[in-house]
Design a protein around this ligand. Structure first.
Ligand SMILES: [Zn+2]
Length: 300
C-alpha cells in the first residue's frame, strides 16, 4: 500500500490542505467510522467534511482529534511538507533550514520536529539479538575535561551494535545514561536487547557483575582496536549530531539519540518512513507543550 514518495509524487499527492485531510481520514478510519468515545460504528455529517458525528453519543470528532496533529497551528500542508523533508533526507535537517524552506518560524519548526522525534521511538522489532557489541562514549562538553569516563561537562551514552556475519552493523541502540554503574548499564542493555543476545564489551569493571545474568564476553579494548565497527558507529553518530544540529543541549540529547537510532535502523526504507510516521502520529495522543520542551522521562 505504501509506495516510496519522490518529491514529484509528494507534490502531486498533496497539493493543498484538503489533500492532507483526506489522507488522514483514510488513516484514521481505514475500515469505516468507529466512535472513539463509545465505539459506535455509525455517524452522520459533522461540522466539516473531515469531522464525523457519532450517531449514538453525538461526539463530533475532527480527524485531527486524539492525534499528534491535534493543536498544530500551521496549515496541515506545511506540516506535511515538514514531515516530508525530515524523512526524505538521509540525515534529516536542522529546524533553521526546515523553517526557512517551509516558511514557518524556527520555533514552530522546532516544536513540530520535537513531536516527530517523539514518534521515532523504538518498538519490539528494534530490539537487538544475536551477536552485538556494547560500549559507552561521551558526548558534548567542548571544554577540555578530564579523560576517561569523567562526566564533567559531558554526557554519557551507551551504544549497542548488532553485528552481522560479515562484520557489518545491523541495528543499533543508543541511550543517554546518568552514570556508569552496573545497574544502570544493565537496565538499559536489557531494554535494548533480546534475551538471547550475546554481547561483547570491553573490560570495564561495571560489566563484570552483569556476566552472571547476561550473556556477556569481556575483551581487552586495546585502545579501540577491538570493536572497530562499533567505534565507527560512534564516530558516525557524533558527526551527524555536529553536522545537523551543531550543538545539542543535555535536556534534548535523548530525543536526538532516538531520532538517530530510528533513522539508522530504517536506513533502507527511507521512502517509507513518511507514511509510517504519519501512521504513528495518527495513533498517538499529543504530548503537552511543557512535556516537549522538558527532558521527558528518559526513554519516553
Ligand atoms: Zn459515540
Amino acid at each position: 500500500m505504501f509506495k516510496g514518495l519522490s518529491i514529484l509524487e509528494f507534490n502531486k499527492q498533496f497539493k493543498n490542505n484538503d489533500d492532507c485531510f483526506s489522507y488522514l481520514v483514510k488513516q484514521k478510519w481505514p475500515e469505516g467510522f468507529k466512535c472513539s468515545r463509545c465505539g459506535f460504528e455509525q455517524h452522520v455529517k459533522g461540522r466539516t467534511w473531515h469531522h464525523r458525528r457519532c450517531k449514538n453519543c453525538k461526539y463530533d470528532e475532527n480527524v485531527l482529534a486524539n492525534t499528534v496533529f491535534h493543536g498544530t497551528k500551521m496549515p496541515l500542508l506545511k506540516a506535511f511538507h515538514m514531515l516530508y523533508r525530515l524523512t526524505a533526507k538521509k540525515k534529516g535537517m536542522s529546524t533553521i533550514e526546515l523553517g526557512y524552506e517551509v516558511g514557518v518560524q524556527q520555533k514552530t519548526a522546532w516544536l513540530f520536529k520535537r513531536k516527530v522525534q517523539q514518534m521515532m521511538k523504538e518498538d519490539q522489532k528494534d530490539k537487538i539479538g544475536g551477536n552485538a557489541e556494547a560500549d559507552e562514549f561521551l558526548q558534548g562538553g567542548y571544554k577540555s575535561g578530564k579523560g576517561g569516563r569523567s562526566l564533567e561537562n559531558k554526557e554519557a551514552v551507551l551504544i549497542v551494535c548488532e553485528k552481522l556475519g560479515d562484520d557489518r552493523t545491523g541495528k543499533i541502540g543508543l541511550r543517554h545514561i546518568d552514570n556508569f554503574e552496573a545497574a544502570t548499564l544493565q537496565c538499559h542493555l536489557l531494554e535494548m536487547t533480546k534475551p538471547d543476545v550475546c554481547l561483547t564489551t570491553d573490560s570495564f569493571k561495571s560489566y563484570e557483575p552483569l556476566q552472571s545474568e547476561m550473556n556477556i564476553e569481556m575483551v581487552k579494548s586495546e585502545k579501540g582496536s577491538a570493536m572497530k565497527e562499533l567505534h565507527k558507529q560512534i564516530m558516525l553518530f557524533k558527526n551527524w549530531l555536529r553536522g545537523i544540529h551543531h550543538k545539542c543541549s543535555k535536556e534534548h540529547l535523548h530525543a536526538y539519540l532516538k531520532e538517530y537510532t530510528y533513522r539508522f535502523n530504517n536506513r533502507n526504507k527511507r521512502n517509507y518512513i513518511f507514511h509510517e510516521l504519519i501512521g504513528r502520529m495518527m495513533n498517538n495522543i499529543p504530548h503537552p507543550y511543557q512535556y516537549l520542551i522538558s527532558k521527558c522521562g528518559c526513554n519516553a
